[in-house]
Structures are given as C-alpha cells and as structure tokens.
Design a protein around this ligand. Structure first.
Ligand SMILES: Cc1cc2nc3c(=O)[nH]c(=O)nc-3n(C[C@H](O)[C@H](O)[C@H](O)COP(=O)(O)OP(=O)(O)OC[C@H]3O[C@@H](n4cnc5c(N)ncnc54)[C@H](O)[C@@H]3O)c2cc1C
Length: 502
C-alpha cells in the first residue's frame, strides 16, 4: 500500500504527444503510487506532426478506458490498415505493407513459402490478393475485425494537434497538475547528478523524484543537462529534413491507409484524416534544397493547401541511454527514426509501458534502468534495420540519393537478415517488439527481393491442389471485403451514432 506521503513525485517536461501520453498512462495505472506534474510551454509549442500510427495504439486507447468512437471523432481520426508504398523497389512499383498476414499458414508453414513455390512454377498470381487489408484498402472499405480474430488489425490516423489536448483533458480530470511556462534552469544534486528541481522563467521551482524528459528535439534534461550521448545513424538514414503542409481532401473518398511515395531525394507522406489530408516530404538536405523540396511537395498535393509549408530538421539516431540517473526520456528527446513506418508514437507507447513496469517506488534501481535501456535499444535497432531495407532493396538509379542508398553498406544485423531471406525465405524471429514476419515479407517481396528457395515442406502438396487452396484463400478474402462498408461512410455513421441522444 502506498500512502500519500510516500508517493513518487513525477515531473514530466513537455506537453506534446509524448508528454500527455505519459501523463495519461501514469495517472491511469499508477495514480495511487505517484503524483504527476506536467510542464509545457505554449511559447515553444509542439512539433505538431505525427499523425499516422501502428495497431498498438488501439491498446493504449483501450487501456485508458476511452471510447474509440468518441476519441476518433474528437481527433478527426480515420482508420489505417497499412502503408501504401509507391516507387520504392522501382519507379512504377506499388505494394501495401498490411496490418495482417498474407493468406494463412498451411500445416504450420507460413503461406508465403507456398506462394513462392507457385510463383516459381509461373502460377503464383498476386500475393497481395491474399491479404484482406490490401483488398479492403484498394476498395476504400473498412470494418473492424470480428472480436478475437487475428486475421487483420488496424491503427488510427489522427490530428496531431488534437491528440495531446485530448489526453490533457483526460489526465487533468484524473489528477495530473499542469504548469504552463518555460523551464530555464535545471537543478542537480552535486553528488549524484540526479535532477532535483526545474526552475521556470517566472521564478517557480518544481521539485521531483523522477523526471520524464518529453521536451522533444530540445532534449533539455537527457541531452542538454545529463549530456547522454547520441548515437548517429545518418550514414544509413540520410533524410534529415521534412517539409509539411496540410491540404483539403480532393474528394469524399478516404483511403484507410497512409500513402508514401518515393521521391528523388527521399519520400512523401499522405495521411487522410476526416477533415483534411496531412502531407510532407522527408528528404536529405545533402541531395535537395528546402526550396526544391517545398516546390515538389506543393506540386504533388491533391487538394488546396491549408497552411504554408513548414520545414522541420532532425537527425536519425537515438540516445545511448534513454534512462539516465533519475531522468527517463520519452519521445523525440529519446531518439528519432523517420516516420516511413509510423514508428515514433509506437516507441513512445513502448517506453511508457516499460516505465510503468519498472516504476521506481523509492530510489531508482540500476537493474531496472539497465533493463529499460536494453529493451529500448533493441526496439530502435530493429526498426532502424527495417527502415534501411526500404532504401537498400531497390533497383532505382535515377538520382544521387537512390544511387547512394542502393549501394551503401547496411548494418551487419540487416545484412544477416537479408541473407537469411535470400537463401530460404525465412524471417529472423524475435518474440517482442515491432515488425514480425508478414511485415518483412511485404517489404522484401514488394520491393523485388525474391529468395532463391523456400521451406522444403512447401514442396509437399501437388501443384493443382496448392493452386486450388490459394484460389480458395483469394475468394474468401474477396467475399469478406465485398460485404464491408465504405470507410468514409463507416466513420460518418459512427460519428452520427455518438451525436444521437441515448
Ligand atoms: C516530420 C515528422 C513526421 C512525423 N510523423 C510521424 C508519424 O506519422 N507517426 C509517428 O508515430 N510519429 C511521427 N513523428 C514523430 C512524432 O511527431 C513524435 O514522436 C511525437 O509528436 C512526440 O513528440 P514529443 O512529444 O516528443 O515532442 P514535441 O511535440 O516537440 O513536444 C515537446 C514539448 O516540450 C515542451 N518544451 C520543450 N522545451 C521546454 C522548456 N524549456 N520548458 C517548457 N516546455 C518545454 C514543448 O513546449 C512541447 O510541449 C514525426 C516526426 C516528424 C519530425
């Protein structure tokens, strides 16, 4: 039992997506064990991007006890069944990275092995016809998966400027104290180096036991104060800028997916929300000027611009230790990997889950801190490899940027994964974290990395028996999607059902 006196005083610096997600989760799960204060500065503001998520966000929303329909209406959110990649493997190529598998395993052997065999015999057909997410996305359809089904999953695309404030309301209603102001001084213990208090411009001093650095790229506590090293990954992930600009939707169709288009010096995102479309061009400043990137983005967006283009600068990499002394960095303060696979908010969620699991009642234990850092590093490293694959697995030779990424030396960890795939169509296994087999299969095959072999057991069924089985999967998928409503209509009907009095 924790009484009022022994509650851990948690101070969160930053009120962006990371700060308010942390505050909401802490007060919800550990409100009995900690007092949570959050400091944010309107003058500094938030990064204001970060609208596409991964399916894990559903469990975050659910764990807070939020009503999905109401949450989605408040943040103008849409559903997301995957990421639609254009022009990555080669110009003109296209594939969806779906939030679900291709077909279903046969006798415990993943489906893609059978497809590869049929493909080698010239009768594979389109692998993507066996992905329900792909057929739904292609038809702009959406229906939630039946309860308990693992056939497919979905995420949300929401307005980044509304998500934090929504969680702010939730957190304050449950006891989080919010302080508006700019932190100008950090007080440390002379001996341990632990942070003791933060001083604001208006003279206010806020003490704490545990500090969560959600100050974004500024990284005021973990970086500027504790000087935790930054591991730079820009030799593999060259993009270091983005220009963002929302626009009006060109028609009333809302695709249930995030669109990404490879460009001459990076790639462009398109995130459809209920009320507008988010757009951005992520590029390498060594290969393109800001002005040219702005022009390319403005030329590519479909609807009328709703704001001036805004340039953001960043570096790919992560802190060598995200938890140092009594400071835990969450969000952009902890690291940044470009949003090609919408991973940042997932990383925020993962860090919060770890923090809650290892929450220090009393002094911070070294073992907890080390375990937090170990898990965080593994997450970042795997995502890094997955992102690099998108650049390296290409035949594009139409610009200096693509020539560079196509021919660069990739990390050993990725090289080994690619060799394993090329030899045997196998995907390196791990039990926790992001991007399991279907994700790697989608990017490998979608970008033209076709392996030399497959699982021996895929040779067992007769060819026509196998073709019939694959045909059956395609029909099941297409029949299931046929009956589903249009995505935009589904959202409209759900919004209307909330408006109606009970
Ligand atoms: C171009 C781009 C596109 C992205 N797209 C995606 C995406 O599609 N999906 C995804 O998952 N992620 C995406 N991200 C990442 C995502 O935006 C962030 O992970 C997320 O918004 C969390 O940001 P944050 O809260 O860490 O930082 P911020 O939003 O920058 O918040 C920092 C907070 O700290 C406060 N602060 C800073 N210094 C002080 C101070 N001295 N005193 C008081 N307050 C202070 C600020 O006022 C602010 O409240 C994208 C990022 C970029 C750059």
């Amino acid at each position: 039992m924790t009484d009022q006196l022994s509650k851990t005083r948690v101070v969160i610096l930053g009120g962006g997506t990371a700060g308010w997600m942390t505050a909401a989760a802490l007060v919800n799960q550990l409100g009995h064990a900690c007092d949570v204060q959050l400091i944010e500065s309107e003058e500094i503001g938030i990064v204001g991007v970060g609208e596409a998520t991964l399916p894990h966000i559903r469990y975050f929303v659910e764990s807070l006890g939020l009503d999905e329909a109401e949450f989605m209406k408040a943040t103008h959110a849409t559903f997301k069944l995957g990421i639609d990649f254009h022009d990555f493997g080669r110009i003109g190529s296209h594939y969806l990275h779906p939030f679900g598998s291709f077909g279903a395993p046969l006798n415990d052997v993943p489906f893609h092995h059978f497809w590869l065999r049929l493909q080698a015999e010239g009768r594979g057909g389109a692998l993507w016809d066996t992905s329900i997410c792909n057929i739904m996305a292609a038809g702009n359809k959406f229906a939630p998966p039946p309860p308990g089904s693992s056939l497919y999953n979905y995420a949300y695309q929401f307005d980044a400027t509304l998500f934090g404030p929504y969680l702010r309301g939730y957190s304050i209603a449950r006891g989080v104290t919010r302080t508006e102001g700019k932190v100008v001084e950090v007080e440390q213990d002379g001996e341990s180096g632990d942070i003791i208090a933060l001083k604001l411009e208006n003279g206010k001093r806020i003490e704490g036991d545990l500090f969560v650095d959600c100050s974004g790229f500024r990284a005021l506590l973990i970086g500027q104060t504790l000087k935790e090293n930054w591991e730079d990954w820009s030799r593999w992930l060259l993009c270091d800028r983005a220009v963002a600009m929302p626009c009006e939707a060109a028609n009333d169709k809302i695709g249930p997916f995030t669109g990404v288009h490879a460009m001459s010096a990076g790639w462009r995102w398109r995130i459809p929300l209920q009320h507008r479309v988010g757009n951005g061009y992520v590029y390498s400043s060594a290969h393109m000027s800001d002005a040219d990137a702005e022009d390319a983005l403005v030329a590519a967006v479909e609807g009328a611009p709703m704001a001036e283009p805004r340039v953001l600068k960043f570096r790919a990499g992560r802190r060598e230790r995200s938890w140092s002394k009594n400071v835990v960095a969450v969000g952009l303060a902890s690291g940044f990997l470009e949003p090609l696979e919408s991973t940042s908010i997932y990383l925020v969620q993962g860090a919060i889950a770890q923090l809650i699991e290892m929450f220090p009642i009393g002094p911070v234990r070294d073992q907890d801190r080390d375990e937090f850092n170990r898990v965080t590093d593994a997450e970042y490293d795997r995502i890094r490899d997955f992102l690099i694959l998108h650049y390296n697995a290409t035949v594009r030779d139409d610009s200096d940027f693509w020539n560079h990424v196509r021919t660069m030396e990739v990390p050993d960890t990725l090289h080994e994964k690619m060799e394993l795939w090329r030899r045997s169509a196998r995907v390196a296994k791990y039990s926790q974290g992001l991007f399991f087999e279907p994700s790697w299969v989608a990017v490998y095959i979608g970008q033209g990395v076709i392996p030399d072999g497959w699982d021996e057991r895929a040779d067992l069924p007769g060819s026509s028996e196998l073709e019939t089985a694959v045909g059956r999967v395609r029909k099941q998928v297409s029949d299931a999607v046929c009956a589903m409503p249009d995505h935009a209509n589904f959202i409209r009907m759900r919004n209307a059902s909330i408006e109606r009095p009970a």
